[in-house]
Write a protein that binds this ligand. Structure first.
Ligand SMILES: [Zn+2]
Length: 372
């Protein structure tokens, strides 16, 4: 019976947030009778409250209590496994560590990038290996971005460990990234006035005007590492005992000596496979931020950011291309952003898209409504 329940799980269902050890049906209704309930502690991740009911339709209605018990028995070797598929048991076990099992991919990429960098340095690989390494480090930067919005693991230590690995691989400490990006950028979103100062605003320069006259892209990208990260360092200096500062110091205390050792081991390799990608990422972050916000009217949530829905910016970029949806609900897991984007588009067709694409979407939406 239990094996049958487990075998009935679809791939989408296994990607859903882990429920507490009882079924959704046992917990009663959420918004309407007969619908599964979202556990309270996950309510902030539920896009129902901002984006519609798309996710609820995908939530599994299975008894995870039984499933987890079977997984436990199988893993510790007690009792029989009832023939449950090994993959499901593994996913159940991983879901005890990771909020969303799909983030096994995220963790694997970080491990892969760092392993490749260390191997290239230790084996003195040719300089052109920096290209695949740089591609992976870009992914690491995106994973770190997702991780600071919604931590990947349930364990505080594992979250910190992943942050240190991202720091060593991509050069950006998790705590400074979080301070600048979550506390500052998402909070003020390019405002730069007396009360709201986004350190990475496109309009924080003399001669600019919010929201229609930004600084030039070239100057913005070149100045981004100094302004955004410089302001972050100043904040740390002004708040020496704060939690972000302590996290930053711990990360530097771990990554700093490791970096020095690697530089001593192979100075040229360290510069090629670590320092150059780090610098590239710093300027790349400015480049992305400019594209994601340039031209936005910033009058409401439907025009606060640009979306880029190409294969590269969605599938190969952990859905960062759904940037309007990301600004709309920053703590929403990256795998759920397409649904949130869809809901935003339904409420206002063309939201967050570049003008030409937005006009096409509005036109087709108008045609659809007229024909129906
Ligand atoms: Zn973000």
């Amino acid at each position: 019976m239990l094996a049958g329940d487990l075998a009935g799980l679809t791939f989408t269902e296994t990607l859903a947030p882990r429920a507490p050890f009882r079924s959704f049906r046992e917990k009663g209704s959420h918004h309407a009778e007969g619908k599964p309930e979202i556990p309270k502690r996950r309510i902030n991740d539920c896009p129902e409250h901002v984006c519609g009911s798309l996710i609820h339709a995908r939530m599994p209605v299975v008894n995870l209590a039984g499933a987890n018990a079977a997984a436990q028995e199988s893993i510790v070797g007690k009792g029989k496994s009832d023939g449950a598929p090994l993959l499901v048991l593994i996913v159940m076990h991983v879901s005890r560590l990771i909020r969303y099992p799909i983030d096994i991919v995220s963790v694997s990429i970080v491990l892969c990038a760092l392993s490749l960098q260390l191997t290239a340095l230790a084996r003195n690989w040719p300089w052109y290996f920096v290209f695949p390494i740089f591609f992976l480090i870009r992914e690491v930067n995106l994973i770190e971005h997702n991780h600071m919005h919604l931590s990947i693991f349930r364990s505080r230590f594992l979250n910190a460990l992943l942050g240190w690995m991202c720091h060593l691989s991509g050069g950006v400490p998790l705590d400074s990234y979080r301070l600048h990006h979550v506390t500052n950028h998402h909070r003020y979103n390019n405002r730069f006035d007396a009360g709201r100062r986004d350190w990475s605003s496109l309009f924080g320069f003399r001669g600019t005007r919010f929201p229609d006259r930004p600084i030039s892209k070239a100057y913005y990208v070149l100045s981004f590492p100094f302004l955004a990260h410089g302001e972050t360092l100043l904040w740390f200096l002004r708040s020496p005992t704060s939690k972000p500062t302590r996290g930053f110091i711990v990360s530097m205390a771990i990554v700093g000596p490791v970096s020095l050792f690697l530089a001593w081991l192979n100075p040229v390799g360290f510069v090629t496979f670590f320092v150059i990608p780090w610098v590239g990422i710093l300027f790349g972050m400015g480049n992305n931020n400019y594209d994601q916000h340039k031209g936005c009217e910033m009058t409401d949530t439907h025009n606060a950011a640009n979306s880029f829905l190409t294969f590269y910016y969605t599938v190969l970029s952990f859905n960062v291309g759904y940037h309007l949806a990301h600004h709309h609900k920053p703590n929403l897991h990256w795998s759920l952003l397409p649904d949130c984007h869809e809901a935003l588009m339904r409420s206002k067709p063309g939201s967050g898209l570049q003008p030409q694409l937005a006009a096409t979407v509005r036109e087709s939406a108008r045609a659809c409504s007229e024909s129906s």
